[in-house]
Write a protein that binds this ligand. Structure first.
Ligand SMILES: Cc1cc2nc3c(=O)[nH]c(=O)nc-3n(C[C@H](O)[C@H](O)[C@H](O)COP(=O)(O)O)c2cc1C
Length: 418
């Protein structure tokens, strides 16, 4: 019986354990988590989502305070067009985060950065360009293009000295999205080094509509593999979404995938950025506690735990401090929804906003508990402790369980208390 360790992911001259820990925004996939994946010979992701907030928390910078001070006057207005990011500061923050991770890297694996196009930051092209270039400057091993079609993204870095040596990949949820990306990027004369095919059971934002349940990862992977074969393109395909055991992964590897991308099982690892009390909500979630809804202002459906404090919360938008979802015209669907509720309830001290959420603030505060569909199985991956809580895992334990387990088994960690 095969196990994941019988396979290897070849990326250029690099031979890797075919396990990639997916990017989880706003420092849920921390540098510590990514470093463990690299140490163990796989691929880990950091994320550049809300990078200034992350560096403020980790490296005592003051980016958020500075931005808020600069734009304080527009807090009370609806018009956020003037609330711009200072490109030099984004560059500085990205370099800091990436360099700090890369300096500490050990092992034969790699560290990539997850770069979401939907973080439009009131100047989509300019900010994305700086984010990617700063990550390359700071020595990141690769960039995974996420949450968007990224039709112009290769073009934004094609003149960078590392454009051909860094590993560049894209996440797609359909063969069609891949076709369009390849067509639009052909001009740069460079293929992606890998394609992550993310199915409907993944965490975070989904590349499907609210009819997500009608899609199936295995079917999309077969379509992508066939398309690449027909086109004579040799690009590693990496399925993601609902791959919960080593045996699930082997199934994909045996049918032509080159690696798997996984995330949910690592949300309850000690190295993960979620606060320990929030991790207990992940352990205790039942299947019907997990919903896909449309409250993300990005316009993509998003999966989360129903009891997330973010749902329905009508806090005042915080674009002056954050503003990562302001579109090219300075608009965010949450700001519009919030203003509508304030207008409808004059004099109310606090409003409820059910249809959208202030994603920046709530992701920053770990109040929006996005998760994969199989989160309800996490409790089966560990021990229940005497105090009723669940024992956190080490990233190494989870990684090795994927790497070496067979027969759909999940190895439990060593028990930490009697
Ligand atoms: C808590 C959480 C946060 C996530 N955030 C992001 C993100 O910021 N960007 C992204 O491209 N994917 C994100 N994802 C998707 C994962 O990177 C990964 O592709 C997917 O969840 C894999 O499926 P699995 O969780 O069932 O293993 C997130 C997933 C989880 C569980």
């Amino acid at each position: 019986m095969k196990r994941v360790d019988d396979f290897r992911l070849q990326l250029g001259k690099h031979e890797l354990v075919p396990i990639m820990i997916g990017g989880m925004g706003v420092d849920i996939s921390t540098a510590d988590l990514a470093l463990e994946a690299a140490r163990l010979g796989g691929v880990g992701h950091i994320s550049d989502a809300m990078i200034k907030t992350v560096t403020d928390r980790r490296y005592q910078t003051k980016f958020v305070k500075e931005k808020l001070a600069l734009y304080k006057s527009s807090v009370a207005t609806d018009d956020k067009t003037a609330v711009k990011f200072d490109l030099g500061k984004i560059e500085e923050a990205t370099r800091l985060h990436v360099a700090h991770a890369m300096e500490r890297k050990t092992g034969s694996g790699m560290i990539f950065v997850n770069c979401m196009e939907k973080l439009t930051m009131n100047a989509p092209r300019e900010t994305l360009r700086v984010r990617m270039r700063a990550a390359l400057d700071a020595g990141i091993d690769g960039i995974t293009l996420a949450a968007g079609l990224h039709l112009g993204s290769f073009g934004l870095i094609e003149d960078h000295p590392r454009f051909r040596d860094a590993k560049l990949g894209i996440i797609v949820s359909s063969v069609r999205a891949l076709q369009i990306f390849l067509k639009k990027s052909a001009r740069t004369n460079r293929l992606p080094d890998y394609v992550v095919v993310e199915g409907p059971l993944a965490g975070g934002h989904l590349g499907f509509g609210m009819d997500w349940a009608q899609y199936d990862l295995a079917t999309i992977v077969v379509e992508v593999l066939k398309y690449l074969k027909d086109e004579n393109l040799s690009i590693p395909v990496i399925p993601a979404g609902g791959i919960f055991t080593g045996s699930d992964a082997v199934g994909f590897l045996e049918s032509g995938a080159s690696a798997v991308q996984v995330a949910t099982r690592f949300t309850v690892a000690r190295e993960c950025g979620l606060p320990a009390n929030v991790q207990q909500y992940y352990f205790t979630a039942n299947e019907d506690d997990i919903v896909v809804n449309e409250i993300s202002p990005t316009g993509y459906p998003m999966r989360m735990i129903k009891s997330s404090p973010a749902i329905g919360d009508g806090i005042r938008p915080n674009c002056e401090a954050y503003g990562y979802l302001l579109d090219a015209n300075g608009k965010c669907a949450y700001v519009t929804a919030y203003n509508r509720e304030v207008e409808a309830h004059p004099g109310a001290r606090k409003v409820k906003v059910m249809d959208k959420t202030c994603l920046c603030t709530h992701m920053r505060n770990f109040d929006l508990w996005t998760c994969g569909q199989l989160t309800y199985r996490l409790r089966d991956t560990t021990h229940r402790l005497a105090d009723g809580g669940y024992q956190l895992l080490s990233a190494e334990h989870v990684f090795k369980d994927y790497q070496f387990s067979t027969d759909n088994q999940i190895a439990l960690p060593e028990r930490q208390e009697a």
